[in-house]
Each structure stands twice: as C-alpha cells, then as structure tokens.
Design a protein around this ligand. Structure first.
Ligand SMILES: Cc1ncc(COP(=O)(O)O)c(C=O)c1O
Length: 385
C-alpha cells in the first residue's frame, strides 16, 4: 500500500501538495518581467514573515551558506564577535567566523541549555573599547531542541547601548516561533527554505537593517557570490547576479501565500500548541526531555533514549511500519536522544499520529507504557482538558 510519509525530522519538513505542484511549473526567463513580479511578490511576503521593512536577500544556498554570507559581509579579518555555542549549528557560526579570521569570543553552553541574557550582557559591559561587532546566536538550536530568548537579548542589547549588532540564526524557527525583526530590534535574521517555509532545501534568506548595512560598507572580507551589495542592487530590479533557483522561488511564492492565509500569529500559536502536545505525550509516556523544560523548543523535541532501546531500532521500526521518519542525536548526542520535528505543515492529527506511532514502536521494543497514553495526553492538550 502506498502510504503517507511523516517526515518528522527537524527539517527538511513535509512539503504541502500545493507547494509541490508549484514546483513542477515550467521554467521562465529569470531576466524577464514575469520573474521580476515573482521576486517582488516573494519579498513582500517574506517581509510579513520576518516582520520587517528591511531589505531581504535570497541566495540559492543552504542555511550554512547564508550564515557564511553574514560573516563575510558584515565583518573584516581581525574583527571580534561574540558567538553562543550550544550545539552543532550555533558552533558552526563560530567556526565560520574563525575561518575568515574573525576573533570569536564563545559563550560555551552545555548542549540542552539556553543562553542566559546576563552572560551576553557581561561580555558587552566588559568591552569598554566597544570592539565587539556582533553577537551571534540561534533562536532555536536544532541539535539540542532549545529556544533562546531573542526578545530578551534584543532588549538588553538596546539598553546596553553597545553598538554590537544582533545576528540571529532563525533557520529552524522562522515562520514557526514568534519573531519580530523590527519590533524587537534584531539587526540581521537568517533563515533557509526547508523548515518553517515548508520548501525543499536550496534557498538561504537574509534580512538586514540599516545598522547592518553600515557594517557591510566597511567589510573588507573577500566575497563574490555572497556580495550583499551586488545582490541587493540586482534584486531591486527583480534579478540576481547569477542564475537563481527559479523553481524554488515558485515554491516560495506558494508557501508565502499559504502562510498569509493562515496568518503569522496563528502560525506561531499553532506551533506553540504542537510543541506542548508533544512534550505532554513525552512526559505521560515516562520519557525524559533532553532540553531544559523552560527553554524546550516548539519546533523540535529532543527525547532521551530509554534504557535498553537503540536509536536505530526505534527509527527503523517507525519508518518501516508507520512511515514516520524521526531524527537522531548528532555528534556527542548520537545514540543518546531521538528528535521529533514538529515544524512547518504540522497539525493536530499529525502530532496525534506521530506520537501514537512512537508509543507503539517503543512498546514493541519492550518499553513499558500503557497503550493509548500518548494519544490521551495529546488529545487532552488540544481539548485544553
Ligand atoms: C539552527 C540551524 N542553523 C543552521 C543550520 C544549517 O543549515 P543547512 O543544513 O541548510 O546548511 C541548521 C540546519 O538544520 C539549523 O537548524
């Protein structure tokens, strides 16, 4: 029997049929008026999702490319940045900085812990010469499944009057978790297509404000493909300095229409509810959350592997018998946790089905749980009982 697949890794996410259909449209001239209109519509839609009036640039790239683009455009060799390192992806930002000769001051956190605002504040206060150019951190660290308090960090940075930019990796949180680029005063927001935007991988997207553009003007780091000024110049006229990912842009337009129809605040609310339902089911089944509960993410949940059960057995059974694909732990967390993505096109019955499948698979692997526990916890969350 052909069965629906539940792709519950924390991105790429399930792609809605409407978007899949838009991806099969015949190509158009990427230097013609039809394309110009497409770009105009995509930018207008993205502004609503980023909650910004600032410029937004699109690259044919993965999220890591977009991260690298911010380093080479905002900074120059010898500059100093603060980078929160609390998992594979936040550490990647620090590592990219070092590759380009940036002095990176890390705030090292245990994986599973969120950064505390005072940890950033202390570094800014000590920096009397105002050498720190930027503070870089993810809104959502996907490897450990925690969410940092970006609103709080932005508020503190504004009050500190330190000139450092706030650079936020929102790759696994944009169009899922509340984020107000202009309202909170975030200088740079980075995302990618394959998570909350519900598209296949292949687009890196960066929004930056006037403060960030000032640093772009000063940056001496070499770049060509990533050159924000060149891309901005071309995008103003609805073009790119190179051949863009036209098909993904068709998809982006469709995705933005879908997001607009639901409304961004409703989308944030839905993700909040899905995250809560997953965590309730986890607790009810006697499993343990890996992330600090207070900072547990509403887009992905990390769960400790129960004693005696191997990740590969669980993931294999879920995939083979239920069509549910989950993620494993990365690097030091390999074999220790499993991760369930609940971002993008995910609704009540998806969570109900996925958590039910997790329960059945664990039960079959010898885990002691009363059948129906997950379903009950999920339903009670949705019915607010
Ligand atoms: C928070 C975060 N940052 C960066 C990345 C890297 O993005 P990509 O794999 O598209 O290069 C990911 C990927 O999952 C991510 O979740």
């Amino acid at each position: 029997m052909e069965r629906r697949q539940y792709l519950q890794i924390p991105g790429p996410t399930n792609v809605p049929d409407r978007i899949l259909r838009s991806l099969s449209k015949p190509l158009i001239n990427h230097r013609g008026p039809e394309f110009e209109l497409l770009i105009e519509q995509c930018i207008a839609g993205l502004k609503k999702v980023f909650r910004t009036q600032n410029d937004i640039l699109i690259f044919p790239s993965s999220g890591s490319g977009a991260l690298e683009s911010t380093i080479v455009n905002l900074l120059s060799p010898g500059d100093t940045i603060v980078a929160v390192s609390q998992g594979l992806f936040s550490e990647r930002m620090a590592a990219i900085g070092e590759k380009f000769g940036i002095h990176v001051v890390r705030i090292n956190k245990e994986w599973g812990e969120a950064v505390q605002i005072d940890e950033i504040k202390n570094l800014l206060m000590q920096d009397t010469e105002k050498k720190i150019r930027a503070v870089c951190l993810p809104q959502n660290e996907t490897t450990s499944a925690i969410t940092n308090d970006i609103e709080g960090v932005a508020k503190m940075m504004k009050e500190s009057q330190h000139p450092a930019l706030l650079v936020v990796d929102a790759i696994s949180s944009l169009a899922c978790l509340p984020l107000e680029m202009d309202g909170w005063g975030i200088d740079v927001v980075i995302t990618a297509s394959q998570k909350g935007l519900m598209l296949p991988p292949g687009l890196g997207i960066v929004a930056l404000n006037d403060r960030a553009w000032k640093l772009v003007e000063q940056s001496t780091s070499p770049k060509w493909y990533w050159d924000y000024k060149a891309v901005q110049e071309k995008m103003k006229g609805g073009q790119f300095p190179y051949t863009p990912a036209t098909t993904l842009l068709f998809g982006l337009k469709e995705a933005l229409d879908i997001l607009e129809e639901e409304g961004i605040e409703k989308i944030w609310e839905r993700h909040g509810l899905m995250g809560k339902a997953v965590r309730k089911a986890v607790h009810a089944m006697g499993l343990t959350l890996f992330a600090e509960e207070e900072y547990a993410s509403d887009t992905v949940t990390s769960i400790g592997m129960p004693d005696g059960i191997q990740y590969k057995e669980l993931a294999g059974l879920l995939n083979k018998d239920y069509g549910v694909v989950i993620g494993g732990g990365l690097q030091q967390l390999q074999g220790k946790i499993f991760r369930i993505g609940h971002l993008g096109a995910v609704d009540q019955l998806d969570v109900y089905a996925v958590m039910g499948a997790v329960e059945m698979a664990l039960y079959r692997l010898g885990y002691h749980v009363e059948l129906g526990t997950a379903a009950k916890a999920v339903a009670k969350t949705f019915l607010k009982e």
